[in-house]
Design a protein around this ligand. Structure first.
Ligand SMILES: [Zn+2]
Length: 391
């Protein structure tokens, strides 16, 4: 029987919370995050692009993707956009049939944690590639901070980087609390709201250090910021697809798997770059896969730099360095058109300046981290005492 949008939504709703407590939530809670009244019309606009893919009839005859054309398969616009790009990658695979990899669905999950990474979940023969909201917002913060660096807007950059750090510290406070108080049971939705409350409290109590406005405004959504987020998303999507292609749904992947997935992700992007559309930053089609890999490494480095400055997760840094080296070797084996290369050099220079500034800002914040964590913890205890009962 053919898959339907209804069936996919059912599988997702029935399994998301059981599989991973931090991923996904009930439809009611989704409304808190999605205020776009025009989401539906944006989704249909993206689906209109899907018809260009339908020209490849053989693919749709051999694989179960008719549900992709049903609006109700998507809850937010980004899900439709991710699915579109996923189909582009799959169409370029050619020889891989659904019998080998099954049906793949891209999903955005309402998980606020800064450290929650995209991943693959296999449920009822459907592979969900999951993009957590927390990860998306960190990526967006880095992209806009790069734009602020380019514009020389030190204050905005300071504020955005602090927002980035606040996300990480808030997450640590919430995780610590539940490690120490295992007798509370919370739904993922409650967990997410607590996380939001703690970060709001930290911002309100540290205005002098953090600035009052730590979210960038619309004007910073420049083509460059869009290209960075697009590039990072595109590479990540290809990376998760690569895991599905080579690992046969292993639950845990090791370093060798990550390196293998990075390499294959890059090849998948090279294969599909001719048919894709990307915000214009003067990179050109040939340079696109390379730019996507650069954007991915940029976001990963920025995150790891902040984590290490704030004293968290040092072990991941050396892993990332190893992945960077292998991926860089792979990228460098491709030659670029001259004009693209110039633009990428300029981009790398900008990234270098951004990382230097990020280093300084994160160091400043590291000096007050302990104080912030204490203040956040007491606020969280207060919230728990007044709103939640122990079992
Ligand atoms: Zn991976």
């Amino acid at each position: 029987m053919k898959l339907s949008a209804k069936k996919i939504n059912e599988v997702w709703l029935n399994n998301q919370i059981k599989i991973d407590d931090n991923i996904g939530t009930a439809p009611d809670f989704l409304k808190v995050f999605i205020s776009d009244l025009d989401t539906k019309s944006n989704i249909s606009k993206i689906i209109a692009h899907f018809s260009s893919l339908k020209l490849n009839e053989l693919f749709f005859d051999n694989n179960d993707y008719d549900w992709c054309f049903d609006e109700s398969a998507y809850r937010v616009t980004t899900e439709a956009a991710y699915q579109f790009r996923l189909l582009q990658l799959l169409l370029n695979l050619g020889e891989v049939s659904e019998a080998d990899i099954g049906t793949i669905v891209a999903r955005e999950a309402i998980t606020p944690g800064a450290s929650v990474m995209p991943r693959v979940m296999l449920v009822d023969d459907i592979s969900f590639i999951v993009f957590p909201l927390g990860w998306i917002s960190q990526m967006y913060l880095v992209a806009t901070a790069i734009v602020a660096t380019k514009l020389g807007d030190r204050i905005l950059m300071h504020n955005i980087i602090n927002g980035f750090c606040v996300n990480i510290i808030s997450e640590e406070i919430v995780y610590n609390f539940f490690d120490e108080n295992p007798d509370y049971t919370l739904s993922p939705a409650e967990f997410s709201l607590l996380y939001e409350s703690v970060s709001k409290h930290l911002i309100a109590t540290h205005k002098d250090l953090l600035g009052s406005q730590i979210r960038p405004t619309e004007e910073y959504l420049t083509p460059l910021a869009e290209a960075i987020t697009y590039g990072c998303e595109a590479f990540t999507l290809a990376h998760e697809l690569a895991h599905i292609l080579v690992e046969d749904h292993k639950l845990k992947s090791d370093m060798a798997d990550e390196i293998k997935a990075d390499k294959l992700a890059f090849d998948l992007l090279v294969g599909s770059s001719k048919t894709d559309v990307m915000p214009d930053v003067g990179i050109g089609l040939d340079g696109k896969p390379i730019f996507c890999a650069h954007a991915f490494l940029l976001i990963a480095h920025a995150s790891m730099l902040v984590y290490s400055k704030l004293g968290f997760e040092p072990s991941q840094i050396s892993e990332l360095n190893m992945r960077t080296k292998v991926l860089a070797d792979r990228i460098n084996s491709f030659s670029l058109p001259a004009d693209s290369e110039i633009n990428l050099k300029r981009f790398d220079l900008l990234v270098g300046n951004f990382l230097k500034a990020l280093n300084v800002e994160a160091e400043l914040l590291a000096t007050t981290k302990v104080e912030m964590m204490e203040m956040g913890s007491s606020e969280l205890s207060r919230l728990m005492a007044s709103h939640f009962k122990k079992n």
